[in-house]
Design a protein around this ligand. Structure first.
Ligand SMILES: NC(=O)C1=CN([C@@H]2O[C@H](COP(=O)(O)OP(=O)(O)OC[C@H]3O[C@@H](n4cnc5c(N)ncnc54)[C@H](OP(=O)(O)O)[C@@H]3O)[C@@H](O)[C@H]2O)C=CC1
Ligand SMILES: CC(C)(CO)C(=O)C(=O)O
Length: 359
């Protein structure tokens, strides 16, 4: 067995947002090579000539490589990390696919709406043997502060990893450990990773019930505004998430457990966890743009996905529906129609047994 922890890798990162830059800084500090690619073409331009500066957890200043396109990124890398909102997953996966090599691993962080299954099935159809590893969350939490600066807020203590094909999960955990350090553990299926992502359940009610703050671009501390009433709504969505998971034979812990594992919170009730996080960190600030990914990503790829699974399994999801309806109403956007993965994945025609057989 090779000592994966002692190896260094060339990591290609698709995306130049908060998680991409935070991961780049973390990986470079751990001695790995990093190449960044901006899918839109402009996000990494400044990093061609200026160093990347990370503040917060592990402050550092270092240089990274920049790829011109998806093919160059794949060519320059042993491992790929997708670090961008799920809205771009299909498009970026389609761009990477022709240049992926047999034996490469693609880590998707964070994964939602079974985007990893889309890539895995597309790669298999193209005759490629790649491993797609998924996190239902991110290793780091971060905010991008400028073209070359990122603030890393936390390094999660524990992160679950699933893999496609499932038999490769042990290798995926070893690889993630070699890249980021300890704290990774295996998750049984990619569907568990998708449903373990609790951002949609927390971000949905947070955004809907703080909408006027977002529209007026107020400075609102996110966890302070996760009030007892908002926490109650989040808990209702969380129960539906877990009931849907259960219908697919997946037992998931409650959202309170996620906060304890990710951020080391000690309180039992969600409203107390929110107060604890606010007291400890004062932040992060809630979103201040109406195109925040708390709605643009979390509604279509998180909550509408739970609804789609609920329809397949016959599990009612009325609280989830209320939040998607409310967000769609105030935005004048049908967020259910924005998910570009449900169609290609054929979920409308799927059954519980049929979907499980594909994982
Ligand atoms: N930030 C955090 O602390 C956390 C983030 N997450 C999740 O991690 C993922 C990444 O988050 P984060 O880095 O904060 O997000 P950002 O909004 O900072 O990501 C912006 C990056 O994503 C790319 N991008 C955005 N939309 C598209 C699109 N439609 N097509 C192609 N590329 C696109 C941009 O491309 P370009 O380079 O072309 O501009 C840019 O590189 C998200 O799924 C998020 O929900 C989860 C937990 C915590
Ligand atoms: C801020 C945090 C950690 C919780 O909402 C997050 O998950 C995000 O930015 O997406």
């Amino acid at each position: 067995m090779t000592d994966a922890a002692a190896e260094t890798y060339r990591v290609g990162i698709a995306g130049t947002g908060a998680i991409a830059l935070a991961s780049a800084a973390w990986l470079r500090q751990a001695g790995h090579g990093v190449t960044l690619w901006s899918p839109g073409g402009r996000g990494a331009e400044a990093l061609r000539t200026q160093p990347l500066e990370a503040s917060g957890v592990q402050p550092c200043t270092l240089t990274v490589e920049v790829a011109d396109d998806a093919a160059q990124l794949c060519h320059a890398s042993d491992v790929l990390l997708l670090a961008l909102p799920v809205n771009g997953h299909k498009q970026v996966m389609d761009a990477l696919l022709p240049s992926l090599r047999d034996g490469q691993t693609v880590i998707v962080s964070s994964m939602a709406s079974l985007s990893s299954l889309y890539l895995h099935e597309a790669a298999r159809c193209a005759g490629k043997q790649v491993t797609v590893a998924s996190f239902g969350t991110t290793v780091l939490t971060a905010r991008r502060e400028s073209d070359t600066q990122v603030r890393v807020m936390t390094r999660r203590k524990a992160v679950a990893v699933s893999a496609l094909p499932g038999a490769n999960v042990g290798e995926a955990v070893a690889l993630c450990t070699a890249l980021f350090g300890d704290g990774f553990f295996s998750q049984d299926s990619v569907l568990a990773s998708a449903l373990a992502n609790v951002n949609p359940q927390s971000h949905g009610p947070l955004a809907v019930f703080n909408w006027t703050r977002i529209e007026r671009a107020e400075n609102w501390p996110q966890y302070h505004c996760m009030t007892p009433g908002v926490s109650r709504a989040i808990e209702a969505l969380d129960l539906e998430r877990r009931a849907v998971a259960q219908a697919f034979g997946i037992a998931l812990g409650p959202i309170e457990e996620h906060f304890a594992r990710s951020f080391g919170t000690a309180s039992a009730r969600l409203e107390d966890i929110a107060a604890e996080l606010h007291a400890k960190r004062g932040g992060p600030p809630g979103p201040v743009r109406t195109d925040t990914r708390y709605v643009t990503e979390d509604m279509p790829y998180g909550l509408a996905f739970v609804e789609a699974l609920g329809r397949i399994a016959g599990v009612p999801t009325p609280a989830t529906r209320t939040i998607v309806d409310a967000a769609s109403l105030v935005n004048g956007i049908d967020f259910r129609a924005e998910n570009d993965l449900l169609g290609p994945l054929g979920l409308e025609r799927e059954t519980v047994a049929g979907l499980l057989a594909r994982l």
